[in-house]
Ligand binder design. Structure first.
Ligand SMILES: *Cc1c(COP(=O)(O)O)cnc(C)c1O
Length: 251
């Protein structure tokens, strides 16, 4: 792919996000873009980061893009190469306990916390740091068995337990939406995540005050997610183009 393609696609994506925000009656700076860079090499990611910085230098009001990796192996191979640009990395795939230390070397947030065991391990590893680690509770709103995430009925209680752990800051909730052509089905799942967020923040349990984030929506359905309150949309193909086959399954 030509590097100009990535820059043009990023500009188109920003227009799409702005249009989705306008349609939903939201300000466009309420939604942050996270680039999901799985299977893309560091050069492609660099092109996107440079294009993003150039757009902001030219007066775009967007916040810097975040980067997300599903696999720790890809994170640890790309992050050092891109360290001069100081991007903010989030883990967005299932995190095995034996990979926590490697992931935390580069990631400032883990969006895929779906059980107590991972949360406790993260808490144990980050104690003594200056700043807390941002964690997001991943919820499987669609119920599709291939998808990672806590059951929606368990998510509120799980979030309260996670939020109470030392060294962690509960930043919000993440989901991978239903794989459906019916926009009502997709939106209902995103509305469910928002309701879980509202229940947790409204419940006022210790450590839940900052848990406003909603990481939901991808290249194919960001409009539905923005309409339901997404604060982060995770975008791969719309910026990087199609992933080489075999594509990693969505987490
Ligand atoms: C790949 C991936 C994305 C981006 O998907 P696209 O459809 O390429 O935009 C978002 N979130 C997660 C968890 C992913 O694995």
């Amino acid at each position: 792919m030509e590097s100009g393609d990535v820059a043009a696609r990023l500009a188109q994506l920003n227009d799409r996000v702005a249009a989705a925000c306008a349609a939903a009656g939201r300000a466009s700076d309420e939604v942050r873009v996270l680039l999901a860079s799985k299977t893309m090499d560091a050069d492609a990611v660099r092109v996107a980061l440079v294009a993003d910085a150039a757009a902001r230098a030219a007066g775009s009001r967007t916040a810097p893009v975040l980067l997300g990796e599903n696999r720790v192996q890809e994170l640890v191979s790309k992050a050092p190469v891109l360290a001069d640009l100081a991007p903010e990395w989030h883990v967005i795939g299932p995190l095995q306990s034996n990979k926590v230390t490697a992931a935390l070397r580069w990631a400032s947030a883990v969006q895929s916390v779906a059980d107590d065991a991972l949360a406790q391990r993260l808490s144990g590893r980050v104690q003594g740091r200056d700043a807390p680690l941002d964690v997001w509770v991943q919820v499987n709103v669609s119920g599709e068995p291939t998808k990672h995430g806590a059951h929606p009925d368990d998510a509120v209680d799980l979030a309260a337990r996670v939020a109470a752990l030392p060294g962690l800051r509960l930043a919000g909730f993440m989901t991978v939406g239903a794989r459906s052509d019916d926009e009502r089905v997709v939106r209902a799942g995103y509305a469910r995540l928002r309701a879980i967020r509202d229940a947790v923040v409204g419940g006022g349990a210790p450590g839940t005050r900052d848990a406003h984030g909603l990481s939901m929506g991808m290249s194919g359905d960001l409009e539905a997610a923005v309409a339901e309150g997404a604060t982060v949309v995770r975008i791969g193909t719309a910026v990087f183009g199609a992933r080489p086959a075999p594509a990693a399954p969505s987490a």
